[in-house]
Design a protein around this ligand. Sequence first.
Ligand SMILES: NC(=O)C1=CN([C@@H]2O[C@H](COP(=O)(O)OP(=O)(O)OC[C@H]3O[C@@H](n4cnc5c(N)ncnc54)[C@H](O)[C@@H]3O)[C@@H](O)[C@H]2O)[C@@H](O)CC1
Ligand SMILES: [K+]
Length: 519
Amino acid sequence: MRGFFYYFYAMYILTSNQIKQADQATIEHKNITSLELMEHAATLCFNWLHSRLQGQNIEIHVFCGIGNNGGDGLVIARHLFQHGYNVHCYIVNFSDKRSDDFLTNYNHLKELGEWPTVISSEKDFPKVDFEDIVIDAILGNGLTRKPAGFTKNLIQYINSTKVFTLAIDFPSGLFSNASVIDKDSVLRAGHTLTFQTPKLAFLLPENKNFINTWEVLDIGLDENFIESLKPTTHYITKNDVIPMYQSRNKWDHKGTYGHSLIIGGSFGKIGAVTLTTKAALKIGSGLVSAYVPKCGYNILQISIPEAMVEVDSDKLLTHYNFKTKPSVIGIGPGMGTAEQTAIGFEKFLKNNKIPLVIDADAINLIAQQPTLIEYVPEKTILTPHPKELQRLVGEWKNDFDKLEKVISYSLKHNVLIIIKGAHTTIVDGGFLFVNSTGNPALATAGSGDVLTGIITGFIAQGYSPLKAAIFGVYLHGKTADIALQKTSYETFTSSSILEYLPDAILDLFNQENTSSQES
Ligand SMILES: NC(=O)C1=CN([C@@H]2O[C@H](COP(=O)(O)OP(=O)(O)OC[C@H]3O[C@@H](n4cnc5c(N)ncnc54)[C@H](O)[C@@H]3O)[C@@H](O)[C@H]2O)[C@@H](O)CC1
Ligand SMILES: [K+]
């Protein structure tokens, strides 16, 4: 058992410093040398490549820096030579402070008669063709400043060839926990083999040009030590959500699974609240009610016979005087921001004590009147899309700054925020949970409305807000991943999320491929 939730497995996202500490602890606790650790890590990279190339006669250029990332490159180059590949190895000579393990592997290669070519300026750049392969072992976890001089030029040159690049640990020039300032100084990796844990930088939209696909190679760092670091950033995989699943008992009845109330809708936007209501039902909320303007009554009753419906004014939400006594409320989809709606919403918030999931226009209303956040119950979940988030926490300079701003907001108001995107991130105070599932099929109208319904429906069933958010976000993404085996990105709609929800849940019990560490 390990992990923040004491699950049997949790994948952390470690910072550069934490990785360095874990490297050191592993060397001490497992009684191995750093050279052995390097040999092991780099051999995993070689095996990855070898299993795909199977000895093909492709020109492979291995660019090695002078630190331990370069050391990895030298080990990979040695294995490639020994397996008869057409390989060229280069030392990118940006400093004379070579690491010990780099030097040992440098000598090892020379002893085999394979002398790397030293690159000390632009004139030493080799010819790289589009059909070749580049292994990028120039800079890794030790990056302390942006690459400059001929190193930057080399990175630009490699980028310009559009050759396939396999980055070792990091695309050179990419910081794990800070924003890239000089975008021309970062290698654009085709695929990245990163050690032990995903890196936060890989998961942020601003780095989309540097990171394409990536995967984690487990190099066997000391897990107990990693645990002792109490990492605050998690990568949510199937292994994390399986233990969250609450199974049902024979004697349970619909009351056991709570009552969700979905509040939203306005004339022309009844579809949004309909999707949210359907989602709350589909995820298993025992009872589901919707509170909508009168114009939505027939639509809701006809399209969701399982739901109960209460109504407000003709075309807008104004009074919020529902009789239902729900266990949780999801509010906002399609609600609009009309003045009467805003006035009623303020009164509702000031009187409400029921757990909340706040979405869409309800977030906009809070952004318009920021003090309203003080009236939401603790651990209320807010699910803003980027524009709504900006209205809530203000403009950010970059994605790291955005996370900082959201963390402070979450801490200050004791709420959970779900930052929606390719890697949807749940922020709970100082803790980040970054989702691994989903794909661009989810970029479709109503996708967020369905997410709100799923999370609300989970809370109704007794899941804590954090678990509901993590599990909901994971399953929401998983529906789209499963759907792509049968349908296309374009034809997947928000209703398809509901259609594939059963498959996403059943997949939890499918033993194969329980660790989705790739992206
Ligand atoms: N420490 C370990 O036990 C292991 C480390 N491994 C590899 O070691 C890497 C980290 O190695 P290092 O800490 O030696 O660091 P790097 O190899 O990433 O960088 C080398 C040195 O370059 C200098 N530098 C930083 N930014 C620079 C810039 N912009 N321009 C020029 N020089 C710059 C720094 O002084 C740094 O120490 C990992 O990414 C991984 O590839 C792996 O072999 C696994 C085990
Ligand atoms: K690298």
